[in-house]
Structures are given as C-alpha cells and as structure tokens.
Design a protein around this ligand. Structure first.
Ligand SMILES: [Zn+2]
Length: 150
C-alpha cells in the first residue's frame, strides 16, 4: 500500500562509497525523531552532513590529487576498489547482507534514478511504507522488526 511516507530517496543520500544513507540507522533515527537515548545517534546523511564521506578523507584527495568535484562516487576513482572500500564492503556483506560495491556497480550500470527506485522497493516496510534499516532490519517508522526485504 502506497502512503505519503513512501517518498523517493533523495540522490544526495547516496554516499560516495555506495552506502545508501536513507536506510542507515543514524539517518532513520534522525528523520523519525527517535528519542536520543543511549546509543542513538543522529545523522543527516554523509553528503548533507559535511559533503565529505568518511572514505573521502583529505588523504584520498591528497593521494589521488583529486578535488571533490572530480569524484562523485568511489567507482569514479582510479584506485577503485581500494583497500578501504573493499574492507567496508566486506563488513557490510558480513554484518548486513548488503554490498556497497554492488551498489556502486548498480549505479554505474543502471544510473542513479533506477538504483534509487530499486533501493526504495527493496527497503520499503510492507506494514507502513516507511524505510527499513539496512543495519538492523527494523522499520524506524512503525517499529516493525525483522521485516522481510523484497
Ligand atoms: Zn513500518
């Protein structure tokens, strides 16, 4: 059931490393105004927060002699996939059953709009139409736990 909640994911919410911030625990906590008790951290997304992904530290730019504007996603970099990104990908695959490298490949193959449409479908809560968290499979809008992903 489509609800007003099921809005398209904003392109700015895809971090350079391929993480979809829209389904991140910290972003969902922020957007759903989850009470900031112990362990609850708010984030507005890697790009909106400070325009620099944790993986695109000054070190990336220094090594590659790149400016921020030259790289939109890690897959645009000539070191892709670098050790740091591969490590992140491994952690995501093992812990969350998601792959940031797969995300980047999808963006490259399908374009951002189609990637975001697929992500929205994949993470939409069947109960309320909110987004399910990639980190703990919970819907931060209605509280549904262990929701099946499409
Ligand atoms: Zn829900």
């Amino acid at each position: 059931m489509a609800t007003a909640l099921n809005k398209a994911i904003h392109p700015e919410l895809v971090a350079p490393c391929g993480i979809n911030c829209a389904v991140c625990r910290r972003y969902l906590s922020f957007i759903n105004k989850i009470p900031r008790t112990k362990g609850v951290i708010y984030c507005q997304g890697c790009r909106p927060q400070d325009k620099r992904c944790s993986l695109m530290r000054p070190a990336c730019r220094r090594t590659l002699k790149l400016t921020e504007s030259e790289i939109d996603y890690c897959c645009d970099c000539n070191s892709y996939p670098c050790e740091k990104l591969s490590g992140l990908d491994k952690r995501y695959r093992e812990k969350y059953g998601a792959s940031v490298i797969e995300n980047l490949e999808e963006i490259r193959a399908l374009g951002l709009a189609e990637f975001l449409a697929a992500q929205t479908k994949k993470y939409t809560c069947p109960q309320c139409g909110g987004l399910i968290c990639v980190h703990d499979n919970r819907c931060y809008h209605c509280g549904r736990c262990g929701a099946e992903r499409h």
